[in-house]
Structure formats: C-alpha cells, structure tokens
Design a protein around this ligand. Structure first.
Ligand code: ADP
Length: 443
C-alpha cells in the first residue's frame, strides 16, 4: 500500500547536465505508471531518484505522504528490477527467492509461505527445486521478479526489465507482469523506451522528452488527444501524419499543393484564433480512408492527394508510405486494397479524428487551449561560441537550432560517459537490485 508523489523534482548532475526538470506527479496506491520516452530523456534518472540511488537536486519525493528525499534506499521499502537480472547459479529457484528474506532473519515458516505464494503467482511452483541454468529466459526473469515480490515492498520500480528478452517472450511477459501487478497490488513504476509496452501495460503513461514531462494520462487519452506534436509522433506506429499549412475560414490549405481540406464547424469554433495562421493538421494513418474504400464518399470533403511510395504488406494491414506536397504521409488500410508504387491516390481524413497543432509552439489546439500563441525564441552563444536558438517547446526552429548546434559541435569533446556504465557504477547494494554485476551470478 503506497502512494508516491513527486513535487517539482529536478536532477542536475555534477558537470551541469540538467537531466530532469520539475517532474511532478501524484501516483495513487496500486497504480501501474509507465515512464516512456526516447533514450536520454531522464526516465532512469527519475526512477533512480525515487529508489534513492541518485540524490534529488531539488524538489520533494513523498512516499505515503512522508518526505523521503533523505531516506536511505533500504528505508524506502522499494524493490527495483533492472533489465539485467541476476540469479545465484548454485541456488535453487526456491533459495534464490528466499535468500533476501533469510538475510533479513524472517522466520522460516514465513519465508516458506511467501516463496510458495510468489511461485504460485509467477507460475514457478513446478520449478522450485531447479537451478537457474535449467530454466528458460522468461522463467529466469520471473524468478528475478519473485525475489522482489517475496519482500512485499510498498513500491516496485522496474527499469526496462524486458529488454533482454526476445520479441515473442517480451509480448508474453508484458501481460504476465500486468497480471502479477494485479495479483500483488503494489504500486509500480515501470520505465521503457517502447511505446507499445507503455500503451499495453500502463494505467497511466508519463511521456518524457529532454528531461521534461510532455503529458501524463491514460494510454487511450494520450493516443487520442496528444498534448503536442512530440507525443503525437512518439505514441502510435506508424506515427501520426502531420500536414503543414495555413488555416482559412472553414478550410486547411496544404503547403505546396494548395489543396483544401474542410474543417468541421465544431472544429472551426476552437480554431477561430488561428485563421490566417500556420497550423499543423494531424491525422493518424488508420484515420485516412483510401479512395477505393466505400467510406471515402462520406469523407470526400476532407480528402487530398498523395503520391504512393513504399508499400509495406503486414498480413491483414498495408501501410502505404507516400507524400502530399512536402509532407510525408502514411496510409494504413486493409490488405484487400492494393496501391502501386508512384501511383497518385486520394485519401480522405476521418474528420472527427483530425487533431490540430500550433506550428510555432507545437502544442495541440483544443477547445480548452485555443488562444493563439507564438513560441518564445531566444538566441545566445554557448561556451564554444556556437549560436544556440532555443525555444520553450520544440517547433519549426528546433531543426535549425539542432543543425546549428551539431554543426558547431562537430569534432568537439565527446559525450559524457556511457549511460550504461554510469548506471552500473551507481548500482547500490542497499535495495533489492536485480542486476548482473555479481560475477558469481548467471542469467
Ligand atoms: P533515459 O533513462 O531516459 O535513457 P537517463 O535518465 O539515463 O535517460 O539520462 C538522462 C540524461 O542524463 C542523459 O542526458 C544522460 O546522458 C545524463 N546522465 C545520466 N546519468 C548521468 C551521470 N551520472 N552524470 C551525468 N549525466 C548523466
């Protein structure tokens, strides 16, 4: 039973890397929260601050309402499972799970009860007498989880626990971990860069980028109503299509081709401040309708032309990659339709599913957030005398800024030490950490 609160938590590493900015969330008891985002966005750093393996630079961490910033990892009642799990090869499955409890001098009968209960939940009962080398990868990963479960921690922290497993096993373990979470009922925080894991496992997702939270919400909400273009592009495969252009009264005009897509009156209501301005029309590949589909006629006013390029056949589904003017477009359709390379086709947007973004700030324009805004752009020189153009949220200038940065920094000093090395160096013995550092252990 535990609630976890982070209030404006920040991490600035020695050397000045500001890895996590103002991270705030209230996590309810028994929630399954997933931190998701590209590599280097600050997911592990945040998790490690919760575990106590990394100091919080400023901001507060509360577990069950008590401030825990200064508490030692072992006093936080947390169990952490890493992607690289470690088992003692000379011990049976039973003893691997019982070991931590024996060290804590838990009575024998209690240990037996907890190990057998964990084995039942993890479907490991038939293997309790086996040694790890006689188990499959998935079974070993379950034993690693079992070692955490028997401790009955208040909070489980999992850092990419499935990344070492093959694709099929990952899918199986995904649903097993959710099932285990439902049975054990402990608050769980799970880190992954894999948006499908996030979508399928989480009760709520926290999408991160460059150390900033981009959006917190239930998977469906984040998918349907992304807060900005980063979230819209990161969650969902293939990613949401972005058509750049200008809004006119009742129409969106696509850059380059000048084609006009109708905007519904309901959408125009909240887009009114953007008439005459540049916006981005977002539509998911599955919300585009191929001209051969009988539904096309109904959505004809919302159609535009695209030139087909690569066609991906995925069994029941076909992804047609193409362009509309300078915009890349992907159409996802049933495999009963076929499209030839270089063919010019019409596709119609299911207008109800269209989403709109301010091109300058990249933020979603919604009924609740429809005032016209322009991104704040600042220009400065960094320590290498390279011009840096920065804006609060990433938009059209980000490409220029990144290009300038990378051009200027070419041949400059290399990145800080490899993140994996850093993680390994900082691993602590104080909490139950399932990792491979111990040479005596085996995976
Ligand atoms: P993620 O888990 O999302 O891949 P991390 O939390 O590991 O990201 O890293 C976030 C940022 O902090 C990255 O830029 C990374 O290089 C940096 N970083 C991580 N650990 C350290 C460290 N010990 N010292 C300095 N920078 C670090």
């Amino acid at each position: 039973m535990a609630t976890v609160q982070l209030a404006q938590v920040n991490k600035v590493y020695d050397g000045g890397v500001h890895a996590v900015h103002d991270f705030s969330i209230d996590i309810a008891d028994k929630e399954f929260i997933v931190f998701v985002g590209p590599s280097g966005c600050g997911k592990s750093t945040t998790l490690r601050m919760i575990a106590g393996l990394e100091e919080i630079s400023y901001g507060d961490l509360l577990i069950d309402g008590k401030i825990m910033n200064a508490a030692a990892p072992k006093d936080r009642d947390i169990a952490m499972v890493f992607q690289s799990y470690a088992l003692y090869p000379q011990m049976t499955v039973y003893n691997n799970m019982a070991y931590a409890l024996k060290l804590r001098k838990v009575p024998k009968e209690e240990i037996d009860k907890r190990v057998k209960e964990a084995a039942r939940i993890l479907k490991l009962t038939p293997y309790l007498d086996r040694k790890p080398r006689a188990l499959s990868g998935g079974q070993r990963q379950r034993v690693a989880l079992g070692r955490s479960i028997v401790r009955r921690p208040k909070v489980f922290l999992m850092d990419e626990p499935l990344s070492n497993l093959d694709a099929k096993l990952r899918v199986a373990m995904r649903s097993e971990i959710v099932h285990i979470h439902n049975e054990v009922g402990a608050t769980t925080i799970y880190v992954t860069h894999d948006q499908i894991e996030a979508m399928t496992m989480a009760s709520r997702i926290v999408v991160m980028k460059d150390g900033f939270i981009q959006q917190i919400g239930e998977p469906n909400e984040v998918y349907k109503n992304p807060a900005n273009m980063f979230v819209a592009g990161f969650i969902g495969t293939p990613a949401m299509n972005f058509l750049h252009g200008t809004l006119e009264e009742g129409y969106f005009v696509i850059d380059g081709t000048g084609e006009r897509i109708k905007i519904t009156p309901a959408q125009m209501k909240y887009l009114k401040n953007y008439v005459g301005k540049r916006i981005v029309y977002g539509i998911r590949p599955e919300s585009l309708i191929y001209e051969g589909d009988e539904r096309f006629e109904k959505y004809k006013d919302y159609s535009f032309k695209m030139t087909a390029g690569m066609v991906e056949l995925l069994g029941d589904i076909v992804n047609v990659h193409g362009v509309a003017g300078e915009n890349k477009v992907v159409l996802k359709m049933g495999s009963k339709y076929s499209v030839k390379d270089k063919a010019e086709i019409s596709v119609a947007a299911e207008c109800e599913q269209a989403r709109f973004f301010n091109e300058s700030t990249t933020k979603a324009i919604t009924p609740d957030c429809c005032e016209y805004e322009e991104a704040e752009v600042t220009q400065s020189l960094d320590e290498d005398n390279v011009v840096v153009i920065e804006q609060k949220t990433q938009g059209i200038f980000s490409k220029i800024a990144n290009a300038i940065k990378s051009a200027g920094k070419k041949n400059k000093k290399s990145e800080p030490a490899d993140v994996e090395d850093i993680k390994q160096e900082n691993s602590s013995e104080d909490i139950e950490v399932e990792t491979t550092e111990d040479e005596k252990t085996e995976q």
